[in-house]
Ligand binder design. Structure first.
Ligand SMILES: [Zn+2]
Length: 274
């Protein structure tokens, strides 16, 4: 089985038995994929490690693409392994970061992944803690109630957007597939989708790249997060936040045959959390 969900921001409550009873019949070869803003690799605190160990103890394997709210410096400290045909950071043996521009084969289907996104919640600026007036700037912003700022290396990292090398890797991967995959998993969306979500959204290098990929690539479904909503944008593009949607299930009578079972209307989304 393969399930997909959206932004977690370090809160993994939705994977508990109460909200996700399907796990009773799942094992390590069943997967949950988080479409970015996983948020579980952030500050290396005992609490964070408790939750990563808790995820490791779930019966399934947790996979995630990165979003914009990840600590990329810390993510890069984990070992890189090859897994199902693509590169991953191994956070725990069964908690894996699906890296950018990779292709994985899972249950006979191919998944192309491209994490990253530009942060929206930085209108009040990105402060540099090495700047001499850092503390003064921070207090002035807080005093005036302008809390939409982030701090370089503490709550914001420039690696939230892919590097030239990561775009290059992605293109090479797509060439190798002849521009045909089964699923695309990203955090961000293409420019046309991003602009249709909210008139304040802006195009950037990544949304333009995804726009080009969307035009050229043949695929069945494209899942993404970032915009904090659950919605089928159209027949192919599925925005997820806290809902968990099953996309692949095993046919009981013919094991090894897997059937796509994505639900497209708002009503048939797999789960609604309270
Ligand atoms: Zn988010």
């Amino acid at each position: 089985m393969v399930f997909i969900t959206g932004d977690c921001h370090g809160n993994f409550r939705r994977f508990g038995r109460r909200y996700f009873p399907e796990q009773e019949t799942m094992d390590r070869d069943d997967y949950i994929i988080v479409a970015g803003d996983f948020g579980g690799v952030w500050a290396d605190t005992p609490e964070e490690n408790y939750w990563l160990d808790w995820l490791e103890q779930r019966p399934f394997t947790t996979l995630f693409v990165d979003g914009n709210h990840e600590n990329f410096r810390r993510l890069d400290t984990f070992p890189v392994r090859t897994w199902h045909g693509g590169s991953v950071h191994q956070i725990r043996p069964h908690v894996l970061h699906l890296m950018r521009g990779q292709l994985y084969e899972i249950m006979g289907k191919t998944f192309f992944t491209m994490g990253g996104a530009k942060s929206h919640d930085v209108e009040d600026g990105i402060l540099d803690p090495a700047a001499p007036n850092f503390r003064a700037q921070q207090s002035a912003l807080k005093r005036s109630g302008r809390n939409r700022f982030r701090v370089l290396g503490r709550s914001w990292w420039p690696e939230e957007l892919p590097s030239d090398e990561e775009y290059h890797t992605a293109l090479k991967t797509l060439e190798r597939t002849n521009w045909q995959v089964d699923y695309v998993i990203t955090h961000c969306a293409s420019t046309s989708i991003a602009l249709s979500m909210n008139r304040h959204n802006e195009a950037d290098h990544l949304t333009e790249f995804l726009e080009m990929v969307d035009r050229r690539l043949e695929y069945e479904y494209w899942f993404f997060g970032h915009f904090h909503d659950n919605r089928s944008v159209d027949q192919k593009h599925i925005l997820l936040w806290e809902q968990i949607v099953q996309i692949l299930r095993e046919e009981p009578e013919r094991k090894r045959q897997h059937r796509s079972c994505c639900f497209l209307s708002g009503l048939s989304f797999g789960k609604i959390l309270q």
